[in-house]
Design a protein around this ligand. Structure first.
Ligand SMILES: [Zn+2]
Length: 187
């Protein structure tokens, strides 16, 4: 049981997003294993400290009884062949016992990006690595047994956790009241 990056293109972007999350910490490795032929196992032995490092370290440590798959997809991807991934940017599915799946748009709406609202009422960027961090907070809640119902409440808590990561990087904080977001261009 492990954190795994699905081994189809675009794996390099997922790896880059994970490296950005941990600020380039060399303690992060993606390893091929015979046990998980379709995935690269994420291992993380932190050598630096910050919210992003702690988030990934917690998730990796807590995933010992669960397979957490991270799938980077293109902006044209549709969830269940129906809903465009660009409606959400990313999703975290825990409907199957013993498995969590994060799917997120590694192309950032064809390179144009996603926006969310900050505490000052402005549209601010949600870059891919932070989108992945947001989904990892949902996965963390699943692993810790604290994922909330209804979804709106879970999103508030994930937003607060995302702000913890944002604050560690000096990025504008997301509004807890105005939860709007979207794509910057059409994709
Ligand atoms: Zn969310």
């Amino acid at each position: 049981m492990a954190v795994l990056v699905q081994r189809f293109p675009p794996v390099p972007q997922v790896e880059e997003d994970l490296r950005t999350l941990v600020e380039g910490d060399p303690g992060l490795t993606l390893t091929a294993s015979i046990q998980y032929l379709s995935g690269l196992e994420v291992r993380y032995d932190p050598s630096s400290d910050g919210p992003g490092q702690r988030l990934l370290a917690w998730v990796v440590a807590a995933s010992s009884g669960t397979n957490l798959w991270i799938r980077g997809v293109l902006s044209t991807y549709r969830i269940g062949d129906q809903v465009p991934i660009t409606r959400f940017g990313g999703v975290t599915d825990d409907s199957e016992a013993g498995t969590i799946e994060i799917v997120y748009d590694v192309e950032a709406c064809g390179g144009q990006g996603y926006w969310v609202m900050d505490v000052a009422g402005s549209r601010v960027s949600l870059p891919g690595w932070l989108l992945l961090a947001h989904e990892l907070t949902h996965a963390w809640h699943v692993l810790a047994g604290t994922r909330m119902q209804p979804l709106a409440l879970e999103e508030l808590i994930a937003g607060a956790d995302e702000n913890w990561v944002r604050s560690g990087r000096g990025l504008p904080l997301r509004s807890s009241r105005d939860r709007r977001g979207g794509t910057i261009g059409s994709c």
